[in-house]
Design a protein around this ligand. Structure first.
Ligand code: GDG
Length: 491
């Protein structure tokens, strides 16, 4: 039976994956409808080179995972993935740590994952690799003779070609990308940037078909904006009434939910909020900014810096404007449970989502999904989030321009009910139409087509594979339980 094999850096237990948010939910929602399994790191760090591979089954779904060693964690995860690729792709060359030889460990971990995954692959499987940690995965699998269709989806944005070209190993990165059949990105601008990079780095050539020739390969690169499942955020009968009854706050809540990351524009948001309170004193005591900023990658230096900066900004704004009975910024450096997240979105008048650069940003979509259509809150969204290409009815702002941020907040707070309803209605229909199901189906269909081209070109492809692709595509619609896994694994 044809299966979909999802590969991502971090595999979340199927029992809790839906609670995790972001990439994990996107993968969970796809696999929940499809036969296959999920392969990657289990989040454990163990002091041993002989990694034990674990197979877990939960709710009829299967995950295959392995731990990292402390050196892998330091160099593959914190190092090359999060101190080179993450800042560069977000156009923060100033934070990239090119020294330190992280690259060899990055490739070695991909090589090891590929060596453990390859024996599990059956001739008619389709492989879908996620995100920047695993960029060389297809190349490593190909070296082991895997000829199956392999797709790649990059969840983060693609900065300008000039930034990517600054990576010392940029040619190796380009070669690694050429081993995929399809590269999926979040926006058209990402697609343009990646093509530009491939042209400049390794003389990639755009073909009349729209594909790009890189070395011997012909690559499909397309835009597939990630969506959410709005049903995950629906309120049941009586839930909203209970929520409202329990809410005693008399101020208008402005909600921010962002991992504490330098790409999220949090200092810019805090400064704009301080300027707003300065310029519009009539709003003092009437609004509160509740900013959740759960910790992330704390051992990377740039993350420690942003934490200190934010604490100082929140402290100085609260110190300057606060009263005995009013604290202007409620800054919470903790993760909140997903169920509470939904309530907080619903009870907020404004969703303030202003990253400096973001692949998509699902918080923006979640906020819209949680609003009351009869009296919805307003989304303020950065022009530089991937989501802005779709959510054009949000109040779009430039997070680098403090005056634009201040005016965006004023417009959102003053927006009349009719306009709020109209904008929300259009935003919600877009989110429903381009939901997570639509994302995985459209990516998957494109991967099928790219896979078929591979069979046509490659004499090595098993003959049954073309039909297998079609079977897999139709099984996706029927919610078939995962099939067996037989190779050398320890359960
Ligand atoms: C990558 C790309 C792209 C956040 N704080 C808490 C919490 N969250 C949840 C949100 C949301 C998710 O985390 C964050 O959304 P992102 O869109 O930033 O997702 P990531 O996986 O971090 O990022 C991004 C995304 O991939 C998908 O392609 O949009 O651009 O960087 O779901 O709700 N959840 C809970 N407590 C928190 O404190 N429970």
């Amino acid at each position: 039976m044809a299966r979909l094999v999802m590969v991502s850096n971090r595999v979340i237990d199927f029992n809790v994956a839906q609670q995790a948010g972001g990439v994990a939910v996107a993968i969970y929602n796809t696999l929940a409808r499809q036969s296959g399994f999920w392969f990657g790191w289990d989040g454990q760090i163990v002091d041993s080179d002989c990694a034990e591979i674990k197979v877990s089954r939960a709710n009829g779904h299967m995950t295959v995972t392995e731990p990292l060693t402390p050196a892998d964690y330091a160099e593959y995860y914190l190092g090359y993935s999060n101190s080179v690729l993450w800042p560069v792709f977000h156009n923060r060359l100033d934070l990239a740590q090119f020294e330190a030889g992280y690259y060899s460990r990055y490739v070695a971990v991909n090589e090891r994952f590929a060596a453990h995954l390859a024996p599990l692959i059956e001739p008619d499987d389709v492989i879908w690799v996620h995100d920047y940690h695993l960029l060389p995965m297809a190349l490593e699998l190909r070296k082991l003779g895997i000829e199956n269709p392999i797709g790649y989806f990059l969840h983060i944005p693609v900065g300008p070609a000039q930034a990517l070209l600054a990576i010392p190993e940029n040619k190796e990165i380009a070669r690694a990308l050429s081993a995929y059949d399809l590269i999926g990105l979040q926006t058209q601008s990402d697609v343009r940037n990646l093509i530009d990079f491939l042209q400049q780095s390794v003389f990639g050539r755009l073909l009349p078909s729209g594909r790009i020739r890189v070395f011997e390969a012909e690559l499909d690169i397309g835009c597939f904006p990630v969506g959410i499942d709005p049903a995950d955020f629906a309120f049941g009968p009586g839930e909203v009434e209970a929520l409202k009854a329990a809410d005693t706050s008399e101020t208008n809540r402005i909600i921010g939910i962002d991992r504490l990351d330098y790409t999220k524009g949090l200092p810019q948001k805090f400064r704009a909020y301080g300027k707003f309170l300065d310029e519009y004193p009539n709003y003092r005591r009437r609004i509160v900014l509740s900013q959740f900023a759960p910790p992330t990658r704390e051992s990377v230096e740039a993350y420690a810096d942003i934490k200190a900066e934010l604490e100082s900004l929140a402290g100085s704004i609260n110190g300057r404007f606060g009263e005995l009975d009013w604290v202007p910024i409620n800054y919470i450096h903790r993760t909140i449970p997903r169920a509470e997240l939904r309530d907080v979105y619903r009870l907020s008048r404004i969703g303030w989502v202003t990253p400096l650069m973001d692949g998509m940003n699902l918080v923006a979509k979640e906020f819209i999904a949680c609003q009351d259509p009869a009296d919805p809150g307003v989304l303020i969204l950065s022009k530089f989030a991937g989501a802005a290409a779709q959510l054009t009815d949000a109040v779009l702002v430039n997070p680098y321009d403090v005056n634009d941020m201040v005016q965006g907040l004023r417009i959102a707070l003053e927006m009349p009910l009719d306009e709020r309803r109209e904008r929300h209605d259009r935003l919600l229909s877009g989110i429903r139409k381009n939901d997570s199901n639509d994302w995985s189906h459209s990516y998957f269909s494109a991967l099928m087509k790219a896979g078929q081209r591979r069979f046509a070109r490659s004499p090595k492809s098993p003959p049954e594979m073309g039909q297998a692709l079609e079977r897999l595509q139709s099984s996706a619609k029927k919610n078939i339980p995962p099939s067996r896994l037989t190779a050398n694994v320890v359960t």
